[in-house]
Design a protein around this ligand. Sequence first.
Ligand code: PMP
Length: 289
Amino acid sequence: MKICMNGRLVPESAAKISVFDHGLLYGDGVFEGIRSYNGRVFALDEHIDRLYRSAKAIALEIPISKQQITKDVIRTCKANKTMNGYIRLVVTRGVGTLGLNPFICKTPQIIIIAAKIQLYPKKLYDTGLKVITAGTIRNHSEACSPSLKSLNYLNNVLGKIEAINAGCIEAIMLNQQGFVSEATGDNIFAVTNGCLRTPPTHAGILDGITRKVVMELATQNGYEVAEETLMRYDLYTADEVFLTGTAAEVIAVVDIDRRKIGAGQPGIITKKLAKQFTAYARSVGTPIK
Ligand code: PMP
């Protein structure tokens, strides 16, 4: 595998980062996860825009243009023949001292990995997920904002640990007010009486790119879509619940905290939107050439 390090394609074995990089020492950096389907990169501009927004929010100046980073992503996919894959774009603060001060880190490291991902096993797309709500709350928006896709994912990792320890694959995280925010790496939707509801960004969520596409598809299908504060009660009593994300795409949730959701199997609207999303994502995007 060839990794793109600061614009240079190098063998995986040579793709190394300093132990003094603040990305490692403090989780000080930002990232994106992007998919390629059928030789095209899906929603590349949206991911690159979010990367630059995340960087801006942590006062990290990415030293190259969006156009250049776009070219580098395509070049890395081409070099690795990543026609159907998963691209991880990482920008670290760069090398500093053992102190926190980010402003002495002069050279952000820009890393592009074009590989594969299988977030959830294939069969769970037919059966749906059993999840818990985690005791660990999602980051407070004024601490490390969930809107910010930073390298500090420990909050999400703690949620994931709870899920796995409870025998589940995923956890839903609540915010400091006890309202539903999102899953550890996906956004969440509840469907009740044909209406889709998803927490607003101010509930402390990542403004998901898949979430947005699914909201548009649902609207085109004539479903009502609302960004609304949700409580666990709303999830427990929904007809359908599903998650959205770049790696997950659209996946049903059929059990939350040992309560069966709807009929306990993926619902009709979830299945319809999953199918439409899959088809849409495979039909558009920036060509890898
Ligand atoms: N929430 C979190 C915490 C995430 O990490 C992600 C991305 N894996 C998402 C939601 C989904 O966002 P997107 O659809 O842009 O991948």
